[in-house]
Design a protein. Structure first.
Length: 94
């Protein structure tokens, strides 16, 4: 089985040839187009990447410090996070 999400490697000639040669033994399932606006986790990662990049951390220790600061800032925002996930779930259900 191949789960195809549009990633270029999944559309490579080698993959297409292998599927064709399988004579139906390999099933192909296409995923819907990726939409980060409907993925609450992607929204959270986006927030984290923006916050962490503002610190300009280059060394591993500085990067870990920036990540920890981001997570500490999330604690008081639990309501906002919950709403973000609920919005994503309601959008994906419709």
């Amino acid at each position: 089985m191949v789960i195809h999400d549009g990633f270029p490697a999944h559309r490579a000639i080698e993959v297409k040839t292998l599927i064709r040669k399988s004579e139906g033994m390999i099933q192909v399932h296409r995923l819907p187009a990726y939409n980060p606006d409907l993925n609450a986790l992607e929204m959270l990662w986006g927030m984290g990447k923006r916050q962490v990049s503002r610190y300009g951390a280059r060394a591993q220790e500085a990067l870990l410090g920036a990540v920890n600061r981001f997570y500490r800032r999330l604690r008081p925002r639990r309501r906002m996070l919950r709403q973000t996930f609920q919005k994503a779930l309601s959008c994906s259900a419709s």
